[in-house]
Design a protein around this ligand. Sequence first.
Ligand code: ADP
Ligand code: MG
Length: 679
Amino acid sequence: MTELSKVPYLSAKQVSLFKKNNINTVIDLLYSFPSRFEDYTIVAFDDVLDLTKVVTIAGIVQSKATVMNLKTSLTMMNFFADVDGNVIKVTIFNRQFLKTKIHYGKYVRLTGKFDANKKRFTASEIAFDEFDNPITPIFNLKGIDDKKILELKEKLYEDYEDEIKEELPAYVRNKYNLIPIKAAIRNINIPEEMNDTYKAIRRIKFEELLKHQLKVRYMFYRRKNNPEGVKIDYNKEKVQAFIDRLPFKLTVDQNKALDDILGDISSTYKMNRLLQGEVGSGKTVVAAIALYAVVTAGYQGAIMVPTEVLSFQHYKTFSDFFGKMFNDEEVKVALLTSSVSPKDKKAILEGLEDGSIDIVVGTHSLIQKDVSFHRLGLVVTDEEHRFGVKQRVSMVGKGYLIDHLKMSATPIPRTLAISLLGESDISIIKTLPGNRKEVITKYVKKSSNADVIEHIKGQLALGHQAYFITPTIEQSETLDIENALQIFERVKIAFKGIAKVGLIHGKLKTEEKEAVMKAFYDNEIQLLVATSVIEVGVNVVNATTMVILDADRFGISQLHQMRGRVRRSDAQAYCFLVSDSEVESSIKRLKLVESTNDGFQLAEEDLLIRGPGEIFGEKQSGNQMFKMADIVVDSDILDEANICANEMIDSKQLFENEEYKVLFDIAEANYQAKKEMIE
Ligand code: ADP
Ligand code: MG
């Protein structure tokens, strides 16, 4: 690959400028694509009437230009032009220096917008020559203008075309209708016809997505075909007995997920499975059974959660569960968080190391260096996308090739499941247990407060409980808490003598939070005012109503997830979305959440509105991996690329065919790098 510094017609200044942008070779430069294209293709006058669009028109000047000084730095120039037989007035600002160029009969090309009422075209650009090429690629590199870059690229393409290497096999190009790489590089850098440029863009996006899908699908393949995981022979009878003693029957989806998981556990490959199911769908029970299964084989299990509140909740569920089942014998459960006292911590660490603790529930504390296990067999992470990449790797790193079950209550849109989770297996629990009904959701204005209070009084009379969720309004946590405090006071007044009210927010100490949660859990308080800290996985079966204040402050998925908190028993649940927002997009969001309980549908909508970065965090969203492709916008190309990657692996072409070698090397290198990270 030729270094830019070796190109004779590039100045030292240009070379260093490119270098600053991480462009070092001719190939780097040819693969630095325009960020967009300006299309100055001249449109017919009829199309000018699409008033929303910036268009380019050409005409013949019909008058001299007049110039007005509006302010010291603002001039307005007007003249008339004939465009396809229509005489229109043209206005352009701050081009008074072109006045002498404008005279009757002169060809003029104008880019701008038309105002049909005033029959006036406000131009942002004016030119007097006819085009060679109406499409201008915009590269947006600081310090060098687009025209110069285009000129350089034309030359470089001519001189160094041979350095551009085709990496896609002919079979694939034919099957998926992709133009050769050289043509793509040419048509994207030096565009002539937008249609050809679109084909080039598709080719380049496809290649990016294909390489990504190959990486993840190859990881999947290697994991499934390398018998280097831990094979755990759990005690089938004991596990079945455990299931039989549950106070309920597992749902079809729970059974299916459990079969998948137990299959992974007893196989020689490492499990990497995502268990997806909405809040209340019964994932925790499934995880508990899986953890119990490894315990029956003499292994330990760990479940890691993102917040202390949730770890406390899970700990309670697990201790109850195993405590009742086994009279506190046989399965020993511990809780490890940063607020455990040093003395307790020491005992827990010892228990984990000597194997006397079977299952540990914990937060990030679990990944600290001082935590070591006697014989770890299964790691469960709850809401794992909330952990940083490093944290996830460290937990799994506690035992190389340890089975890993990831749980998520956030329905993951299809495109993200394919691209981000392509190396995982996925199990989905769709049906809710028992006779769960959909949450009746009402979007109301603040003026309906009295109705909401009446409704809650009715629920209280039936012995139920309710949440009031206060949003993040300010950047400052202190102000949010102030807001929560105010609401707390108002709720107390509204329900005076009827119900006890508690308050929970992020600034409380862990013991305080736990005390409030416990009081709510035990129905000592009936109404809980909470900042969105309770967002994750709190389980109070008796709470049937949730009031979300200033609901417009939350995203679609967040709202849906929060209301899942009240869908925990067979009693009818209600959610009020209170908002006075007049912002159209907010109203649309709230109406959508009001209209459906289908988490997957909501997740897809959310993805379209907010983009993957907002939902999953920039780092994990995947889009920064691509120069051109966007997994949301290009979901159809992603699908094709995914199919193509699977075909290459299934047909063994990837491993056996010389023409696929470059792609194979990319996938293999990625696999080795990931493996090292875990080891
Ligand atoms: P998740 O972890 O998916 O949010 P949980 O496992 O906490 O859901 O289950 C929610 C509630 O439903 C719990 O109280 C649990 O005991 C109960 N539950 C789970 N599975 C069933 C089932 N098959 N039938 C009835 N109730 C169930
Ligand atoms: Mg296994």
